[in-house]
Design a protein around this ligand. Structure first.
Ligand code: SF4
Length: 364
């Protein structure tokens, strides 16, 4: 049953609940492209969608043709036997059904939702939306997570890899500009296998690797030549903060810095095409948090010192307390206009030229 009694219901939860209600009442037939049963019936894409009209070729196409994509997917898959897909390095045998810190049920695939998303960065959204696929569970599990029902509580539906491939093709068919895999790290083997299947059926959109940033460089190297757009967070500067608010992830700052440098090495500075749509490159997100928990000015300094000045940086103002944030007084409020402005001015002073600065008129 859908619980409409909850006092707080965010936009994503509302959309998901609506989706479930439509499934149950049959109204989903009006939106055939989103339905699982429709997915199975759909023929592979033959018609060019607006998003495909350019001459763009995704990085993975070459590896698909040579068989390298399948090889890389198999390599990642075998890592689940002694799982070290992320910096937790649990070492559990997911191939035998064991769960590690992320709580992923072994090698099974659980997905919360997939749909065009119009709330992502403008160069990803364009006119057709970013084709987001929200994966269930998380290896970081921040106390303030906005998607806590998915990441902490495990809301989602078990799917197989063929279904994931069909989701990608559906998102392409309805005109999305990219395939945006959200919280992908613990499902990276499944994603690569699905891309290989979908590519054989005509998938040509860039893959957006939408991650917390807390990644192992060794795993990122396996993704080299497959991912076109990296979209990492850079959440914290201080390891005591990441330890406290992200389930003991003390290595977050160190690992994320290494990971961002590797991502930049692979895809370079993000540059939109002539239509303003991003096809390749590194796009960093930084969420400004109250009481400088994120160490924002230090983060900007590091970016300015270690990456080109035209690196894309989205300075996000939308923090709002969710889930267990109210257990921490310092996290229990939005940021102020002054807090946001200080970070933006610092970034500008450092010479960063490719800043995505949101309207923040609504801040106090
Ligand atoms: S992906 Fe999950 S099981 Fe594997 S190392 Fe990370 S937290 Fe542990």
């Amino acid at each position: 049953m859908i619980d409409f009694s909850a006092n707080k219901i965010n936009r994503r939860t509302f959309i998901e609940n609506l989706f479930v209600l439509m499934c149950k009442t049959g109204l989903l037939l009006l939106f055939k492209p989103f339905s699982s049963t429709a997915l199975a019936r759909e023929k592979p894409q033959t018609k060019k969608t607006p998003a495909l009209e350019s001459e763009f070729e995704p990085a993975y196409l070459k590896f698909h043709k040579t068989g390298e994509l399948k090889k890389r997917a198999d390599e990642l898959w075998s890592i689940m036997e002694n799982c070290k897909l992320c910096p937790r390095e649990c070492g559990v045998n997911r191939l035998k059904g064991m769960k590690g810190f992320c709580r992923t049920p072994g090698s099974k695939l659980v997905i919360s939702s997939f749909h065009p998303h119009f709330g992502e960065e403008r160069p990803l959204v364009g006119v057709g939306g970013s084709g987001t696929i929200f994966f269930t569970h998380c290896n970081l599990r921040c106390v303030f997570c906005q998607n806590w029902e998915i990441s902490h509580l495990g809301r989602g539906t078990e799917r197989d890899i063929e279904e994931l491939a069909e989701m990608m093709l559906q998102l392409q068919k309805i005109g999305c500009h990219n395939i945006n895999v959200v919280t992908p790290t613990h499902y990276s083997p499944h994603i690569l296998k699905a891309v290989d299947i979908a590519c054989a059926k005509g998938l040509r959109l860039p893959i957006v690797y939408n991650t917390s940033g807390w990644e192992r460089v060794e795993i990122l190297k396996i993704l080299d030549g497959i991912v076109d757009i990296y979209l990492p967070d850079f959440k914290y500067w201080d390891s005591t903060m990441s330890k406290k608010y992200s389930s003991g992830a003390e290595t977050y700052p160190e690992k994320t810095k290494e990971a961002i440098l590797e991502m930049h090495r692979q895809v370079g500075v993000a540059k939109p095409d002539k239509n303003g749509i991003m096809k390749r490159g590194l796009m960093i997100r930084h969420l400004v948090m109250p009481n400088d928990i994120s160490g924002s000015e230090k983060v900007m300094e590091w970016i300015a010192e270690n990456l080109p000045k035209d690196t894309y940086v989205n300075i996000m103002a939308q923090y709002n307390p969710q889930y267990k944030a109210f257990d921490y007084p310092e996290l229990s409020r939005r940021i102020t206009r002054a807090e946001y402005k200080r970070v933006v001015e610092k970034a500008q002073k450092l010479g960063l030229t490719n800043l995505d600065i949101q309207g923040f008129w609504w801040l106090d």
